[in-house]
Design a protein around this ligand. Structure first.
Ligand SMILES: *Cc1c(COP(=O)(O)O)cnc(C)c1O
Length: 422
C-alpha cells in the first residue's frame, strides 16, 4: 500500500484511498520511462503532505499580506537560499505553481503583448510555453520558432542566428521537452548578445543533471533560468525562476502579484527538502547514473534496429522514430504500457504524421535509475521494448502480458519510496 499509509482517507473516502493505493502499486510494478517523471523520497512526500497546505502567504518573506508567517518566512528563505547555493545564482523565486506559470512569469517580466519571443518549436522538442501557437505564449506574443537540423537532429544554430538577426526577439528560450543532446548555452548566449535579447534557459528536464554535474550549467550564459522541480531534480510538482540580481525584482513582481496568489507552502517545504537531497554527494552519483543508463539503453536499442533521433543521447532522454519498426508512436506506447513499460508517444522532428498520432516514442531513465537499475539491466529493457513492439504488430496480447510479468518480477527487488507490501 501507499507509504505513508492513508488510513484516514480510507475511513472517510474509500474510493479515493483505493485509487491512491492502486496508483502506488502501479508505480511499483511498472518500468516508468516517461522522461519527465520520477519517484520522490519519503521525506519529500511527507513535506508535501504537511499542514503547510493550510497557510496563506501572499507576498514574499518579510513582506506578506497575511499574518502568522513565523514559520513560513524562514522556510521560503531556506528554500530560496538552497536553490541559490546549489545552482550558483544570485536570486531564486520558489513560488511558481509549476513550470508553465514559471515561464509565463518571464513573459510578464520582460515583454509586452505583441513583442517578439523566440523558442524551439514544439514538434522539434521545445515546450508549449516557448511560443507554440496554441499556447497563450504563441497567441499573445509574436513568436518565432527554431528547430533542429534534419541531418543531425541537433539544434540548427545557423537558423537560430539568422532568425535572431532578422526578427530581433526580446527574449530567447533554450531548452525543451524532447532534446536528447547537450544544450550549448554558450552559443545561445553569443547569439542572444548580438540582438541584446534576454536568454532564458528552461532547464525543466535537466535541472537534476546540472546540479549533479552531468550536464553543463547555464550559469554565466543565461541571466534567467526557469525549471520545474519534479523531473530529474526529484522534488515535488513545482517550479523555480532563477536569475542574476539585475532581473530579480522584475521576475518576483511577475510571479506575485503579476500572475499568482498565495504560494503553495507545502510545496515550498518539499522543494527545500529536495534541494537538500540534491546537494548531497549521492545525488551527483545519481545524475551520472541516469546518463550512463540512458547511453547504455540507447546502444542496446540501436543494436536492435531502433532509429534514435540524433543517433543517441547525451542526457536522460531518448527520442525514437518508430517508422523503421513499422508502427506509429501511439499504438506502440499503448502496447508497451500493457507490457508494463510506461512511455509516451511523441512527435519527432519533421514528423509527417499528426501530433495526436505521431511517429515517435519518448523515453528516459530518471525514474528507473531512482529504483536502482543500472547499465547491466538496459539490454533487457531494450529487449522487452523490442519484443513488445513485435507483439503489438501481431496483436499478441499473451506476449505483452508475459513481458509485464517479467518486468514486475525484476522490479520487485528494487524498493520504491511511496509503496510497501501491505
Ligand atoms: C515540463 C516542462 C515545462 C512545464 O512544466 P509543467 O509543470 O508541466 O507546467 C516547461 N518547460 C519545459 C522545458 C518542460 O519540460
Amino acid at each position: 500500500m501507499h507509504q505513508p499509509p492513508v488510513p484516514h482517507v480510507a475511513q472517510i473516502d474509500p474510493q479515493v484511498a483505493d485509487l491512491i493505493n492502486a496508483e502506488a502499486r502501479r508505480q511499483f510494478d511498472k518500468l516508468r520511462m516517461i522522461p519527465s517523471e520520477n519517484y520522490v523520497s519519503l521525506a519529500v512526500l511527507e513535506a508535501a503532505g504537511s499542514v503547510l497546505t493550510n497557510k496563506y502567504s501572499e507576498g514574499y518573506p518579510g513582506r506578506r499580506y497575511y499574518e502568522g508567517q513565523q514559520c513560513i518566512d524562514p522556510l521560503e528563505r531556506l528554500a530560496a537560499e538552497r536553490a541559490q547555493a546549489l545552482f550558483g545564482v544570485d536570486h531564486a523565486n520558489v513560488q511558481p505553481y509549476s513550470g508553465s506559470p514559471a515561464n509565463l512569469a518571464v513573459y510578464l517580466a520582460f515583454l509586452q503583448p505583441g513583442d517578439t519571443v523566440m523558442g524551439m518549436a514544439l514538434p522539434m522538442g521545445g515546450h508549449l510555453t516557448h511560443g507554440w501557437a496554441v499556447s497563450a505564449t504563441g497567441k499573445w506574443f509574436r513568436s518565432v520558432q527554431y528547430g533542429v537540423r534534419a541531418d543531425t537532429g541537433r539544434v540548427d544554430f545557423d537558423q537560430v542566428r539568422d532568425l535572431v538577426r532578422k526578427e530581433r526577439p526580446k527574449v530567447i528560450f533554450c531548452g525543451g521537452t524532447a532534446i536528447p543532446r547537450t544544450i550549448d548555452f554558450e552559443v545561445f548566449a553569443q547569439i542572444a548578445a548580438e540582438a541584446d535579447a534576454i536568454l532564458v534557459a528552461d532547464i525543466a528536464h535537466i535541472a537534476g543533471l546540472i546540479v549533479g554535474g552531468a550536464h553543463p550549467s547555464p550559469i554565466g550564459h543565461a541571466p534567467v533560468i526557469t525549471t520545474t522541480t519534479h523531473k530529474t531534480l526529484r522534488g515535488p510538482r513545482g517550479a523555480m525562476v532563477m536569475s542574476t540580481a539585475e532581473h530579480a525584482s522584475a521576475l518576483d513582481k511577475a510571479v506575485f502579484p503579476g500572475l499568482q496568489g498565495g504560494p503553495h507552502n507545502h510545496t515550498t517545504a518539499a522543494i527545500a527538502v529536495a534541494l537538500h537531497e540534491a546537494a548531497q554527494p549521492e545525488f551527483s552519483t545519481y545524475a551520472h547514473q541516469i546518463v550512463g543508463n540512458a547511453k547504455a539503453l540507447a546502444a542496446a536499442l540501436t543494436e536492435r534496429g531502433f532509429d534514435l533521433i540524433s543517433g543517441g543521447t547525451d542526457n536522460h532522454l531518448i527520442l525514437i522514430d518508430l517508422t523503421s519498426k513499422g508502427i506509429a508512436g501511439k499504438p506502440a506506447a499503448k502496447a508497451l504500457d500493457r507490457a508494463g513499460i510506461e512511455t509516451n508517444y511523441n512527435t519527432v522532428p519533421f514528423d509527417p504524421r499528426k501530433p495526436f498520432d505521431p511517429s515517435g516514442l519518448r523515453i528516459g531513465t530518471p525514474a528507473l535509475t531512482t529504483r536502482g537499475l543500472s547499465q547491466m539491466h538496459m539490454p533487457q529493457v531494450a529487449a522487452w521494448m523490442d519484443e513488445a513492439i513485435s507483439a503489438a504488430l501481431k496483436d499478441d496480447e499473451p506476449a505483452l502480458e508475459r513481458i509485464a510479468g517479467e518486468v514486475s518480477d525484476l522490479l520487485a527487488a528494487f524498493p520504491m519510496a511511496g509503496w510497501a507490501p501491505a
